[in-house]
Design a protein around this ligand. Structure first.
Ligand SMILES: C[S@@+](CC[C@H](N)C(=O)[O-])C[C@H]1O[C@@H](n2cnc3c(N)ncnc32)[C@H](O)[C@@H]1O
Length: 190
């Protein structure tokens, strides 16, 4: 199924950011057999976008608390089999060093309590030359979300938490979301 068909089936909430998320995935040009991790399953919008682009995805969040019955949505658009769920906390990931070619966080980073721990963990499990993509709301995006969820926290800039890590970051800007693309330039120290 293509993205336009999926947007029609899943409706406004999925469609709002779908083009932006999909454009970032396509810009990365990852080989189709890449090992891909999505952190913070939520409604699995990011996982479904990755799957609709042809990638098998490992996704997870702490415990077995589901934000949404995302499996129903994934089934509707024919990608349920492409997505594997595993409970985990970004602050202590249950994966070996150098496990993933690409890691995605879509509106997850601001929810993580210890963002520095999470950054270290994300870089640990990312392969050398792998890409970490953190997609966060801009101030405009937060305003929009606050129309529905009044107490939503302020926007977060991941660069404030990666200063000590000597990482290069490319920023892709849009009105409601920014994508922060980090490339792992150093091999993990054993
Ligand atoms: C707004 S939702 C993210 C939306 C989701 N990425 C999507 O595509 O639908 C925020 C997510 O962050 C997750 N989260 C919060 N703290 C976390 C942590 N320490 N590690 C991993 N995920 C976390 C929550 O469980 C929730 O799934």
């Amino acid at each position: 199924m293509n993205l336009e068909q999926a947007k029609k089936i899943l409706g406004e909430e999925f469609s709002r950011d779908a083009d932006f998320l999909s454009s970032i995935v396509q810009k990365l040009g990852l080989p189709i057999n890449s090992k891909v991790l999505d952190v913070g399953t939520g409604r699995a919008h990011m996982a479904m976008i990755l799957a609709l682009n042809g990638y098998k995805v490992m996704t997870g969040q702490p415990g077995d608390v589901y934000w949404a019955d995302w499996r129903v949505s994934a089934k509707k658009v024919g990608v349920e089999e492409m997505i594997t769920f595993k409970p985990f906390n970004a602050e202590k990931l249950p994966f070996n060093e150098d496990s993933f070619d690409a890691i995605f966080l879509y509106t997850t980073f601001h929810h993580i309590d210890n963002k520095e721990y999470a950054f270290n963990e994300l870089m640990r499990v990312l392969k050398y030359k792998g890409i970490l993509t953190i997609i966060e709301l801009t101030d405009n995006g937060v305003e929009l979300v606050r129309e529905r969820y009044r107490g939503h926290p302020d926007a977060v800039d991941p660069r404030d938490y990666s200063k000590n890590l000597d990482l290069e970051v490319e920023v892709i800007e849009s009105r409601h979301l920014n994508g922060y693309l980090y490339k792992k330039r150093l091999k993990h120290k054993k």
